[in-house]
Design a protein around this ligand. Structure first.
Ligand SMILES: CC(C)(COP(=O)(O)OP(=O)(O)OC[C@H]1O[C@@H](n2cnc3c(N)ncnc32)[C@H](O)[C@@H]1OP(=O)(O)O)[C@@H](O)C(=O)NCCC(=O)NCCS
Length: 169
C-alpha cells in the first residue's frame, strides 16, 4: 500500500462523506465533527481545508494507493501560544490497525516543523482513546499531563490527555 499526505482537493469529498459518517470516529473528536455526517458536511470540510491551508494551519489528506482514507492537521496557536501547533487526525475505519496513522503523524510533524517556526506540537486525545494515545506514543510524543473532567462529550464528562513532541525530539 502506497501512503501519502497530500493537499485537499474537491475529488476527495465523496470519500470523506463515506468514511467520516461513523459514530466511532465522531465520539473521539470535537463536536464540530458531527454524526450523522452528511455530504454537505464533507463538502464544507474539504473546501474549508482547501481555503485555509497554509494560513497558520496545515491540512493534509491521507491517501492509500491514491484514495483518500483520512485527515491530519496541525493548527498553530495564537498570541503567546503561537510557537506551538495542535495536531488532529482521523482515519477511515476499514484502515485501522495497520500503522497508517502512526506513519501519518510522524510525517505530518516533520512537515509542520519544516513549514512553521514552531517548537512544539501537541494533541489532546480523550483519556479512554487508547488507540490514539498509542499512536502518539509510537510517534515519539510524551504524556505531559491529564486534564481531568475537561471534556463534555456525548452527554458525559471525561478526562483528556496532553501529549507533546518538541522540535528537538
Ligand atoms: C486513533 C486512530 C487514528 C488510530 O489509527 P490507526 O492507523 O489504526 O493507528 P495505528 O495502527 O498506527 O496504531 C494503533 C495502535 O493502537 C493500538 N490499539 C488499538 N486499539 C486499542 C485499544 N482498544 N487499546 C489499546 N491499544 C489499542 C494498536 O494495537 C496499535 O498499537 P501497536 O502498534 O503497538 O499494536 C483511528 O482509530 C481513528 O481514526 N479513530 C477515530 C478518531 C480518533 O480517535 N482520532 C484521534 C483523536 S485524538
Amino acid at each position: 500500500m502506497e501512503l501519502a499526505l497530500v493537499p485537499w482537493e474537491e475529488g476527495f469529498i465523496p470519500s470523506v462523506a463515506r468514511y467520516a459518517d461513523n459514530p466511532k470516529i465522531a465520539a473521539n473528536l470535537r463536536d464540530v465533527f458531527p454524526w450523522p455526517y452528511t455530504d454537505a458536511d464533507a463538502a464544507w470540510f474539504v473546501r474549508d481545508c482547501m481555503a485555509r491551508d497554509g494560513q497558520n494551519v496545515l491540512f493534509r489528506a491521507i491517501t492509500a494507493d491514491g484514495a483518500c482514507v483520512g485527515s491530519v492537521s496541525v493548527a498553530l496557536g495564537s498570541d503567546v501560544h503561537r510557537r506551538g501547533g495542535e495536531l488532529g487526525y482521523w482515519l477511515a475505519e476499514p484502515f485501522w490497525g495497520r500503522g497508517i496513522m502512526t506513519w501519518a503523524v510522524r510525517e505530518m510533524c516533520r512537515e509542520a516543523f519544516a513549514a512553521f517556526d514552531i517548537v512544539r506540537i501537541f494533541a489532546l486525545p480523550y483519556a479512554h482513546n487508547l488507540a490514539s494515545r498509542r499512536v502518539l506514543e509510537k510517534a515519539g510524543f510524551a504524556l505531559e499531563g491529564v486534564l481531568r473532567q475537561s471534556v463534555y462529550k456525548n452527554g458525559a464528562m471525561c478526562d483528556a490527555c496532553v501529549y507533546a513532541l518538541l522540535r528537538e525530539e
